[in-house]
Design a protein around this ligand. Structure first.
Ligand code: FES
Ligand code: FE
Length: 443
């Protein structure tokens, strides 16, 4: 018996109903920081952002600001941005290059691996008896990369990154990393929404809202109706809450991918061509697998990383129970021609991020959903995530498992079931022993 079956404290897997107070309750939020973000492997940056010794990028693990830095030996360290003397930040820049981190309060100086290497008047005022080796910056317990995507965990008991991601998490990253050597475009788009972070995560699997929420974008032609594929959806569920959900091609359909509209030379049509062309390249099918190559869905790496088809990834960073900061990283394969690069950046800017059409529509709805979760009476009424519950099967193609069906809420249910298991588990060993394996058979 797994944890979800033990307790339907917030989410009931039998009915697909969810206690919506998880979107506003301050105690639940604090527990998320310790039980989820404090334990998970969190995406912090891409290696191309810190190519040289001393390069750093400021990121987050949950609510904690961390400095991701390339040490002189080439290794990557993830340091807590707080001086152990009085707690001042030791770095105020979002990115840059440095030889050390110098605290602006009293001048303690830290090496690139966080070691305390200098203190003003150490001999005179501390009488030469201070143990510097015990007072470095705090750091992540484990740091690792998968295909250039750097992750860190504060928990030494977390399984290795490769095992944590499993085949579904790796596939999600492969869908972007497989496009070639990547570099991050300068400038991470950052914007805040008045919503709970989980609503921004469960939306990745939501292909029910598109025609309604994004009706304007569809009428403008930015989002052609055929991209929604309401009758050809594919959901891939992985360990620890990872998943991929969205349109899926039927076997044999891949070869038919080509220019969406004959003779259409508009920028967005060109961009879709670039995506399609990659999927049909030799070697990509071997890389992604028979099921993976047919998935055009949204990969979600639990807890808060979304790999978008627009060559972007987005972090949904919690800023308290009622606020989320979205960070959009745009990636470019280095082999693109200047023309293709312009097209890809155009697409990234117009779909998502603060200037994009789509998440402006979404953010407004998530804010109001969060507001509705906080009411005395509205908050007491559960939310319904039952679409498709008990009506679909997990199938297999080329050794990979997926659910191929119509628009559904399997991915959202998997997210909340895993969220609940993370929240109820006392530690990593308990989560590994009692967490639900990805489902098989009827779902
Ligand atoms: Fe950093 Fe005092 S707070 S040196
Ligand atoms: Fe949307």
């Amino acid at each position: 018996m797994n944890l979800a079956q033990h307790s339907a404290r917030w989410y009931n897997p039998d009915t697909g109903t969810l206690d919506r107070r998880i979107f506003t309750d301050a105690d639940i939020y604090r527990q998320e920081l310790s039980h989820i973000f404090g334990r998970a492997w969190n995406f912090v940056c891409h290696e191309s952002q810190i190519p040289a010794r001393g390069d750093f990028f400021m990121s987050y693990i949950g609510a904690e600001e961390v400095i991701v830095v390339r040490h002189r030996d080439g290794s990557i360290h993830v340091l807590l941005n707080s001086c152990p003397h009085r707690g001042n930040t030791v770095c105020r820049a979002e990115l840059g290059s440095t030889r050390s981190f110098f605290c602006s309060y009293h001048g303690w100086n830290f090496d690139l691996d966080g070691t305390l290497i200098g203190m003003p008047n150490e001999v005179d005022f501390y009488r030469g008896e201070f143990d510097k080796s015990a007072w470095g910056l705090g750091s992540a317990a484990q740091v690792a990369s998968y295909r250039g995507f750097v992750f860190a965990t504060m928990d030494s008991a977390a399984p290795p990154l490769d095992e944590y991601l499993g085949w579904v998490g790796r596939l999600g990253i492969d869908m972007l990393a497989g496009k070639g050597d990547l570099e991050v475009v300068d400038g991470i788009h950052k914007n805040r929404l008045q919503c709970n972070w989980k609503l921004a995560v469960d939306n990745l699997f939501d292909w029910y809202h598109v025609k309604v929420s994004h009706g304007t974008s569809m009428r403008l032609g930015l989002l052609p109706e055929e991209t929604i594929s309401a009758d050809a959806q594919m959901v891939i569920l992985g360990a620890y809450g990872h998943g991929i959900g969205g349109p899926g091609l039927k076997p044999g359909q891949l070869e038919a991918l080509g220019r969406r509209k004959d003779g259409d030379t508009s920028t967005d049509a060109e961009w879709f061509d670039m995506q399609a062309a990659w999927r049909t390249q030799p070697g990509v099918r071997e890389q992604l697998g028979e099921t993976g190559v047919r998935s055009l869905g949204h990969p979600s790496i639990f807890p808060n990383l979304w790999v978008a088809l627009t060559n972007q990834v987005c972090l949904r960073i919690p800023r308290g129970p009622l606020e989320t900061e979205l960070w959009w990283f745009t990636f470019m394969p280095t082999h693109l021609t200047p023309e293709q690069r312009r097209t890809a950046i155009w697409s990234a800017n117009h779909y998502f991020g603060p200037a994009g059409f789509l998440e402006q529509d979404d953010g407004e709805n998530w804010s109001h959903s969060t507001r509705g979760a906080g009411g005395q009476f509205t908050g007491a009424r559960p939310l319904n995530f039952a679409m498709g519950l008990g009506q679909d099967y997990v199938g297999e193609d080329g050794g990979q498992h997926s659910i191929e069906t119509v628009v559904n809420e399997h991915g959202q249910r998997w997210t909340y079931q895993n969220w609940q298991e993370w929240m109820l588990a006392a530690n990593w060993p308990e989560l590994m022993a009692t967490g639900s394996p990805p489902p098989d058979g009827l779902v």
